[in-house]
Design a protein around this ligand. Sequence first.
Ligand SMILES: *Cc1c(COP(=O)(O)O)cnc(C)c1O
Length: 504
Amino acid sequence: MTARTASLDTPETLAAAPATGEPTLDPADWGALRELGHRMVDDTLDRLATVRETPAWRPLPDAVRAEFRRPLPRQGAGEEAAYAAFRELVAPYPLGNTHPRFWGWVIGSGSPLGTLAEMLAAGFNANLSGLGNAGVEVEAQVLDWMKELLDYPRDASGLLTSGGSMANVLGLAVGLDAAARRRGIDLAGDGLAAAPRRLVLYGSRETHFSVDKAVRLLGLGRSAYRKLPVDGRYRLDLAALNEAIRADRAAGCEPFLVVGNAGTVNTGACDDLVAIAEIAARESLWFHVDGAFGAFARLVPETAPQVAGLERADSLAFDLHKWLHAPIEAACLLVRDAAAHRAAFQVGASYVTDLERGVAHDAMRYADLGPQLTRGFRALKIWMALAAYGADRHAAVVARNVAQARRLAALVDAEPELERLAPVDLNIVAFRYRGGAAADDPALDALNRELLMRLQERGHAVPSSTLLAGRFALRVCLANHRTRDEDLDFLVAKSLELGRELAA
Ligand SMILES: *Cc1c(COP(=O)(O)O)cnc(C)c1O
């Protein structure tokens, strides 16, 4: 291993300079690079095709970690050596989220076609600011398809983003800008200091921490964000929302925004979005929905009612790299009021002047809708996946995960040594090994912590963890199109086996 990676620094194996001797990044020998590229494709598809036969995860050995501390190469070792280093040092140690028994956090599986589409997008290497290239239309179509899929108004604005966190940050930025303007505050010109009353916003305490980050980035201050209690199913307590708005107004604050959840990260809970939309309308609040993965519950008849109302959001954020399985990164923000979206970000500069025709026609079409100027062609992988598999196959993938979550919950409920710790609304099952212990036995937290680490380190499966009512829970999130029912049987069997081993 070391011998081969050492070749990265070994002058004898330097790639030949390009024939012309010019400094370019094109290969000296296109035929050799083409052959290498074919091998890369073969190896990648082989890995995906046989992933079930590999451990769900394996830790990175120290010797491999040490290889990443080498100094900057002044002389390159050539394309072959660079790929050999990838094969040796990177490829064997994935996160595991392409594996059928990866259920940690909320991380999609990607897809083989998506992988190839990423390569095509990189080859196209266009800038999706809006500058003239067909990718601009691909992104527009993906946004239109998302509106159609989620029953969102067709004249809404939108933008593909890196992830759900960024979509939440941008949604809140638009919401703040628009809400301020409606209150006669020129946020762009005068900043938050121009607000005569403290601007405050609401969400349940189960809301994702990307909203906390947005609150910080936007300069609102942590104390402006009222984290409200939830009911027994982890949904925003509507009475608490109404009361908080009343109390804030009485105290001289200015409520401006409420976040609703379509699928919380802890338990998959869905707030009553219809009721929140009504409160928001009555109280003149911007209604932002975080539908990171849960928005796609809309595609399944059994779960669609839980996310009813998301189409009423002023801004709707959701990931495409979670339950739609676009290779990481991809997410989407939709904004009902297209003018408000643009107004929140548009700046303008002499070097990006729109011309009537040519490459610079509508040059800032997307760059005016978010903070990024140069933007990647992430739309292609989603466009191709929808073209290849259609909305129905994607819906079937989501539906299968929902059915699997219900099945796993039933398996857990049927095992006296296991205990479920939360209701299963969408695709998340939280449970722990309890054995014969009392529910409040404090040793159970440490036992389940150890159980989880062993499940992962032995490569059996990758659930993640959370705390529910103060208890350490194994958290299984089914956002994986490779999982089969037998994988969940295996998880239950291994949890019992490890639980008994640890309890003994
Ligand atoms: C994952 C997630 C996010 C953040 O999305 P990223 O793509 O990880 O940035 C936000 N909200 C919820 C509910 C999530 O599950």
